[in-house]
Design a protein around this ligand. Structure first.
Ligand code: GRF
Length: 190
């Protein structure tokens, strides 16, 4: 069974979708570790409820990014994690993690990249008045949402939609596309 490490900082709805797909037999993997940089994040409770092991840390307790990423790499090695799945990890990944997991680290972003990278992509798209947005899954490189694109799916923005409606529509797409794309990747299909 392919071992995944999911990195999240917040609610964890994508973590939940991955667990659900595993339970349904649609994703042939296990979540060997949840890595979280926010000790109060809701995703930690979800992980505990599912019996997922967690590594929760506070970045400010380390001298720099290299120091906490060195610890993360050690935790990942202990669990023999093969892929890093970023799911709302609100932090730029540094060289230590990138070098250890080159080509085996992916991210999900709530827009059609390269449009609307960075924070609040859904708000950016909504304010811009675009008629379509969507979801992108991409390999992680040193930039902000710049790595090679693996998969995208479109969400139409109708004129009577609120920002909350758009967010809900994007999340519905995310929760399908992420597990399905991970399954293709780990079985050599992308
Ligand atoms: C998702 O919208 C994802 O695209 C972005 O962060 C959000 C995480 O949401 N990178 P959740 O914590 O999985 O609910």
């Amino acid at each position: 069974m392919t071992k995944l490490a999911v990195f999240a900082s917040g609610t964890g709805s994508n973590y939940d979708a991955i667990i659900h797909a595993i339970q349904q037999g649609e994703l042939e993997a296990e979540v060997a570790l949840l890595v979280c940089d926010q000790p109060e994040a809701k995703v930690i409770e979800k992980a505990k409820a599912n019996g997922t092991e967690t590594f929760v840390f506070e970045p400010k307790q380390y001298p720099n990014k290299q120091a906490f990423e060195t610890e993360i790499v050690e935790q990942l090695k202990q669990r023999e994690a093969e892929w890093i799945i970023l799911a709302g990890y609100m932090r730029l990944v540094g060289a230590t993690l990138l070098n250890a997991f080159e080509g085996r680290m992916i991210n999900i972003h709530p827009s059609l990249l390269p449009s609307f990278p960075g924070l609040d992509a859904i708000g950016q798209a909504f304010e811009a008045g675009v008629k379509v947005s969507g979801v992108t899954i991409h390999y992680v490189d040193a930039g902000m949402d710049t790595g090679k694109i693996i998969a995208q799916d479109v969400v139409k923005i109708h004129k009577d939609m609120s920002k909350a409606d758009l967010q809900a529509a994007i999340q519905r797409v995310e929760h399908q596309l992420y597990p399905a794309t991970i399954q293709k990747l780990i079985t050599g299909g992308e």
